[in-house]
Ligand binder design. Structure first.
Ligand code: NAD
Length: 247
């Protein structure tokens, strides 16, 4: 088991890749705080995992909410070793690609949410002797995208660079920080404009492996970076995209 004795907070863990990561972390021996806006789904997931998991309501855009979740992790599990900043919203459902409201909403959840998570996790990790922060960016944080609100690219690009600053600033505290960049995942193929069969076919054609990724394939990458297997890995970006940005 690769996370024995470690305590992790995963934001946005009630569904998707966050939920897959929560299950995997628990199987690897971690205590996991499932932190999300979705209370019913989050509680059900925690119950299905058992005593190694606990649900806490988190709104990543709210500093007080982050402070409370980090405090709860320390109170119930005694320490904090891992933060997975996974919560995020997509830009693919926007009709108006120049909506100012969408710009602020997407930037606040995807970028400010990661800033707040880092802000509250770092002191708790420092108190535990160090830790690992894994931030969910996207291939859209590396290359441009057609047909989605550019706030998604901007926010995921911000996550990529915030990760590197965190790595540089907190190496002295024994805290590592890395970003994970999923490519096309199943939800992306069924939501907003990307549900269009033509757009979907275009997306598949630019993936050398010719298939979308699976949540567990991203969770495995997150596990590596969170664990001591990655003890000399910090400030890097791990792309999990079937080769899409290699072209
Ligand atoms: P998802 O929509 O299945 O899950 C995201 C979770 O975040 C949800 O449970 C949601 O309730 C939660 N969330 C949203 N806003 C929140 C807030 N303000 N506070 C707390 N929780 C909040 O998403 P997913 O597809 O599993 O994506 C996970 C991460 O990976 C996201 O950051 C996403 O941008 C990124 N990503 C997704 C894809 C994709 O194709 N799905 C591709 C690349 C990157």
């Amino acid at each position: 088991m690769r996370l024995t004795g470690k305590v992790a907070i995963i934001s946005g863990a009630a569904s998707g890749m966050g939920a897959a990561t929560a299950r995997l972390f628990a199987r690897e021996g971690a205590k996991v705080v499932i932190a999300d806006l979705l209370e019913e789904q989050g509680r059900a997931l925690a119950a299905s995992i058992g005593p190694a998991a606990r649900f806490e309501r988190l709104d990543v855009t709210d500093e007080a909410s982050w402070a409370a979740v980090v405090a709860a992790a320390r109170q119930h599990f005694g320490r904090l070793d891992i933060l997975v900043n996974n919560a995020g919203i997509s830009g693919s459902a926007e009709q108006d690609l120049y909506s100012t409201e969408a710009w602020h909403r997407i930037m606040t959840v995807n970028a400010t949410g990661v800033f707040f998570g880092t802000k509250y996790a770092v002191p708790a990790m420092t108190a535990s002797g160090g830790g690992s922060i894994v931030n969910l960016s996207s291939i859209a944080g590396i290359i441009g995208s057609d047909g989605i609100h550019m706030a998604y690219n901007a926010s995921k690009g911000a996550v990529r660079l915030m990760t590197k600053s965190t790595a540089v600033q907190h190496a002295k505290d024994n805290i590592r920080a890395n970003s994970v960049h999923p490519g096309v995942m199943p939800p992306m193929l069924t939501s907003g404009r990307t549900a269009d069969p033509e757009v979907r076919a275009k997306r598949m054609n630019v993936i050398p492996m010719r298939r979308p990724g699976e949540a567990d394939e991203v969770a495995n990458a997150i596990l590596f970076l969170a664990s001591d297997d990655a003890s000399y890995v910090t400030g890097t970006e791990l792309v999990v995209d079937g080769g899409a940005v290699a072209i």
